[in-house]
Design a protein around this ligand. Structure first.
Ligand SMILES: NC(=O)c1ccc[n+]([C@@H]2O[C@H](COP(=O)([O-])OP(=O)(O)OC[C@H]3O[C@@H](n4cnc5c(N)ncnc54)[C@H](O)[C@@H]3O)[C@@H](O)[C@H]2O)c1
Length: 274
């Protein structure tokens, strides 16, 4: 039975991917900042029928000791790790670069960029021993060089995550580690992420213009997770990019927006209004 480890998986995309891996009979290790949140998520995952197991623990990806402990936790429990997903992430406050404090900038870079780099480094050391495994890093706004006021430090991180992941894939190939490296591109998801900055420390007030764009291009995280998890399960190539919102899909969404009205911000059934 295969094992997947996902960082920042008590909610949002990470949690939705965990559900789907469980349905696909993967042992799943979820991790996040707060024990009560991962335990709550685990109890929901335990209700999904499958032959595999779910384990949970805390891990702050800005702390290398936590990352090393998460790797050990997963290996002790399930012997080896087949897929590791660096999913943990924080949004930035909607401010221009010079309006952000040094602490705010550090937090975004520490979680979104350094967390991904440090975890990839330690997981590579583990997977190289077995000459197998896959690491996936998450792209985001800025990965494709887009720029927008209020997203520049987040975008700097995600652009660097893209470069870093491509470089890691190249090095993995050159050293013949047997480990494949890939990028997950989730587009825009209607999660807590879009309305909070710095891991819920600050609220983001979405303008009507932004909501309009999210209603056209956005999707709930279960929809995106379904696409990404299938992509990972079926991927055996190094340097793969598994992309949900392609340019073609985005253009189609804008073209058909008039016939396909969606309003995530007044949907009482889903998380944004809770
Ligand atoms: N929501 C979007 O529109 C969107 C778009 C593109 C990419 N992404 C990326 O997708 C990933 C998941 O985003 P989401 O929308 O599910 O967000 P989310 O806010 O719902 O979930 C993020 C999770 O990461 C955890 N986290 C934050 N800091 C952490 C830390 N230091 N250590 C460990 N865990 C930490 C949070 O507690 C939370 O559970 C992120 O990497 C994000 O940048 C999101």
């Amino acid at each position: 039975m295969k094992t997947v480890v996902i960082t920042g998986s008590a909610r949002g995309l990470g949690f939705e991917m965990a559900k789907l891996f469980k349905k696909n009979n993967f042992n799943v290790v979820i991790s996040d900042l707060k024990l009560e949140n991962v335990q709550k998520a685990k109890s929901e995952l335990d209700t999904i029928e499958s032959e595999s197991k779910v384990s949970c623990t805390t891990c702050n990806v800005t702390n290398s000791e936590d990352i090393a402990a998460l790797i050990k936790f997963a290996v002790d429990e399930y012997k080896s790790i087949d897929i590791w997903i660096n999913n943990a992430g924080v949004n930035q406050p909607e401010k221009a670069i010079w309006e952000l404090t040094e602490d705010e900038i550090n937090m975004v870079l520490d979680v979104d960029l350094k967390g991904t780099i440090m975890a990839s480094r330690l997981v590579m050391q583990e997977m190289e021993k077995n000459h197998s495994g896959a690491i996936y890093n998450i792209e985001g706004y800025g990965s494709n060089d887009a720029k927008m006021l209020g997203l520049s430090i987040y975008g700097t991180s995600k652009r660097a995550v893209t470069y870093f992941t491509e470089a890691l894939a190249k090095e993995s190939e050159e050293r013949n580690t047997g480990v494949i490296i890939g990028r997950l591109s989730p587009g825009i998801m209607i999660t807590d992420f879009i309305k909070t900055a710095l891991g819920d420390k600050e609220k983001i007030n979405l303008s009507e213009k932004t909501k309009k764009v999210y209603n056209i291009l956005g999707d709930y995280p279960d929809v995106v997770a379904n696409f990404l998890v299938n992509g990972m399960i079926n991927n055996d190539k190094n340097d793969a990019k598994i992309e949900w919102l392609t340019n073609r899909k985005a253009a189609w969404r804008f073209m058909t927006a008039g016939f396909n009205k969606r309003d995530f911000f007044n949907d009482d059934t889903k998380m944004l209004n809770k």
